[in-house]
Design a protein around this ligand. Structure first.
Ligand SMILES: Cc1cc2nc3c(=O)[nH]c(=O)nc-3n(C[C@H](O)[C@H](O)[C@H](O)COP(=O)(O)O)c2cc1C
Length: 364
């Protein structure tokens, strides 16, 4: 690093971004990552303190906590984090407080796995949990299995109502735990995405068929959450912009959806892709999902972030500098180096604050 630092204005990745009442110090964010570390009860453990805490000491503008089940039957695995009770809420509070002590914003991704639920955690010797092991019959829009997973049951209208209420109750707990924002997980083939895609939703009631019906569950969830979180709190939605399968969910439908979401108070679309079908044809390469984010921003005029194989400082900065996206999320780069944002800043010649405890290491 040289003695002369660029001013932040010259390095767009390290300029602040304000959404509603929250100002992110920079636009390099930690993407949500499931940790499968809350055996059976969905309660955060020491692992979460270390995992999230290490990002909090590392300069990222936002940490998005992992896919967190809003209901017991909404978890991916029997060991996933949950937010359907107050014990789970209270265990998250010190993690949020620590992030705030480190001057880092922190959000939580609220999720329901639908037909991809009742799994065993990675590393188990069998893939699906029996009822005796804490598993459940997975709910889904239609009784169509994902790949070789067990066939789910079609959700009743009462189950759909319970799900909408589950998202709203979890959002209330997220506010009480002190999170800066909430993200709805509507991507990667989980429940909301299952409702969006005609490949997994063949319902004939008001939740199936035309786009307006397939998007109904998500719209109801957004409205329910907006009704219980403060006006000053941003609401993000992560979508899969395409199923990468002919006849499935695609960019055109994503753009239509984003228009509706913007209208009902969503502040940013977190643009990912895939995960709905084992038939997906996908060739991941650096920034391969960026064109989807760029198109949604351009067509709808809503803030977006890109994610997916963005692991290089100049590339991340260029995506923001070009105006294609408003922010960048990364997952695996932060797993390899939880203080990656400090490294990226140094690489780009930006002088950002380090936590007091480690600041003497900043001098080369
Ligand atoms: C260990 C791990 C866990 C993940 N869990 C989630 C999750 O909880 N929610 C989610 O939306 N995406 C999840 N993802 C996907 C990442 O958020 C990200 O979109 C993906 O890894 C692509 O970004 P990358 O190339 O920077 O890793 C996970 C990825 C990893 C590596």
């Amino acid at each position: 690093m040289t003695d002369t630092h660029s001013s932040r204005e010259n390095v767009p990745l390290f300029t602040p971004l304000t959404l509603r009442g929250v100002t992110f110090a920079n636009r390099l964010w930690v993407s949500p990552m499931c940790q499968y570390s809350s055996p059976l009860d969905g309660v955060a453990r020491a692992w979460h303190h270390v995992h999230i805490g290490s990002f909090a000491t590392g300069g990222a503008g936002l940490i998005m906590m992992e896919a967190t089940g809003v209901l017991p039957e909404g978890r991916i695995s029997i060991n996933c984090l949950g937010l359907w009770n107050d014990e789970q809420r209270d265990a998250l509070k010190p993690i949020v407080e620590f992030a705030h002590q480190m001057k880092t914003k922190i959000g939580i991704q609220l999720a329901h796995a639908g037909r991809k639920g009742s799994a065993m955690p990675p590393g188990a010797d069998h893939p699906f949990a029996s009822v005796e092991e804490g598993g459940w019959s997975a709910p889904a829009p239609s009784a169509i299995a994902f790949g070789k997973m067990p066939t789910p049951h079609e959700m009743s209208i009462d189950e759909i109502k319970r799900t909408v209420a589950g998202f709203a109750d979890a959002a209330k707990r997220a506010v009480a735990a002190g999170f800066d924002l909430v993200e709805i997980h509507a991507a990667h083939g989980y429940l909301i995405h299952q409702f969006l895609s005609p490949l997994s939703n063949i319902r004939t009631d008001e939740y199936g068929g035309p786009l307006e019906n397939r998007t109904r569950l998500l719209v109801q969830i957004v409205n329910a959450i907006r009704g219980v979180i403060p006006d000053s709190m941003p609401l993000f939605v992560r979508i899969s912009a395409t199923d990468w399968v002919d006849g499935g969910w695609d960019l055109a439908q994503s753009i239509e959806l984003a228009r509706v979401l913007k209208h009902i108070g969503v502040d940013l679309i977190d643009v990912s892709s895939g995960g709905l079908s084992d038939q997906q044809q996908i060739s991941p390469a650096p920034g391969y999902q960026v064109p989807f984010a760029e198109a949604i921003k351009k067509e709808v005029g809503i803030p977006v972030n890109a994610v997916g194989l963005i692991h290089e400082a100049e590339f991340a900065n260029e995506l923001v500098a070009s105006g294609k996206v408003d922010a960048v999320m990364a997952a695996r780069a932060f797993l390899r180096n939880p203080r990656w944002a400090l490294d990226v800043a140094a690489h780009l010649g930006v002088n950002i604050d380090w936590p007091r405890q480690i600041s003497m290491g900043k001098k080369k």
